[in-house]
Write a protein that binds this ligand. Structure first.
Ligand SMILES: [Zn+2]
Length: 303
């Protein structure tokens, strides 16, 4: 297989599409798709693959929002890659970030001998699925053949350089796990290491090398951006970068301290603000009331 420029149709025959999934829940739907891959002899070990996919889902749902999900696992397959697509007219609860039920599942299993493959596939899928008109055509296909024709338009390019879409939320999770591993009791260690390896398999090598370097040197590598300020060095990041971080799951690097920057989780910010307000309340309430208007107008200081 030439991995430089590939069409999705090379991995996906109409026989690998289930146009009307019988399953109404996430686990069953994943199993239904795996059963079809076993029947087609595209995978041999269903139970192992299912375990890996479920482990990955438990780490972070692979639902992308907009009714799409991309459950996946890196396991030994018969070939390099095995793909199955399932459509559900009613939708399946996948714990999606936007809360929407998933109507199209693209399940991907790929061989450990080709690390990084999924990142390229994911980049190709994401750039196609982000367009509303493409999603419309997928969701409104009248039969398997039509759905297959639309999916076959997806192109993947496998660039020579290491430019890979990474997901910042996974990098943050990796850091959380690495920190836990340092203090973990022996009986918890194995489970944590399993999670760590799952994440590391999805991140690209150059990113991990730098991540490990920062972890060694500072004890952490990922900093959250709160109100446009890097939590590691307390310097403002550029407004443009701050809003890009806020809206995406891509990874940026702080120009000042070199840490990887991720958007702080909104609920965490809200919790911290509430906590801060609660602490300040008794002493500073009167003063705060007077300053409220002024604070509201104040912009974060630019570097
Ligand atoms: Zn910084």
């Amino acid at each position: 297989m030439n991995l430089r420029e590939t069409a999705f149709g090379e991995f996906l025959k109409p026989s690998q599409i289930i146009f009307d999934l019988k399953s109404r829940d996430k686990l069953e739907a994943i199993e239904e798709l795996l059963d079809s891959l076993v029947r087609l002899k595209l995978i041999s070990n269903k139970n192992l693959t299912l375990t890996r996919i479920v482990d990955r889902e438990n780490l972070e749902s692979t639902a992308l929002g907009h009714g799409l999900a991309v459950p996946h696992a890196r396991v030994d397959t018969e070939g390099q890659i095995a793909v199955a697509v399932g459509r559900s007219a009613e939708g399946i609860d996948f714990d999606a970030p936007d809360g929407q039920p998933v109507r199209l599942i693209i399940l991907v299993v790929w061989n450990p001998t080709i690390p990084g493959l999924f990142n390229h596939l994911f980049a190709g899928l994401a750039s196609f699925l982000i367009k509303p008109e493409n999603r419309f055509r997928l969701f409104n296909s009248r039969d398997k053949e039509e759905l297959h024709a639309v999916l076959s338009e997806i192109r993947f390019s496998f660039p020579r350089e290491d430019k890979i879409i990474n997901r910042a939320s996974l990098l943050k999770k990796l850091q959380d796990i690495e920190i836990k591993i340092r203090r973990a009791p022996k009986d918890k260690l194995e489970e944590l290491q399993k999670h760590r390896n799952l994440i590391r398999e999805e991140l690209d090598q150059s990113l991990l090398a730098r991540f490990d370097l920062l972890m060694d040197r500072y004890g952490y590598a990922v900093a959250e951006v709160v109100d446009g300020v890097c939590r590691s060095c307390n310097m403002s990041v550029s407004t443009q970068m701050a809003s890009a971080i806020e809206e995406s799951n891509d990874i940026y690097v702080c120009e000042n301290c070199g840490k990887y920057l991720v958007a702080a989780r909104k609920e965490k910010i809200a919790r911290e603000k509430a906590e801060k307000a609660r602490k300040e309340k008794p002493a500073a309430q009167a003063e705060k009331a007077g300053k409220a208007k002024e604070t509201a107008r104040k912009k974060p200081v630019r570097k």
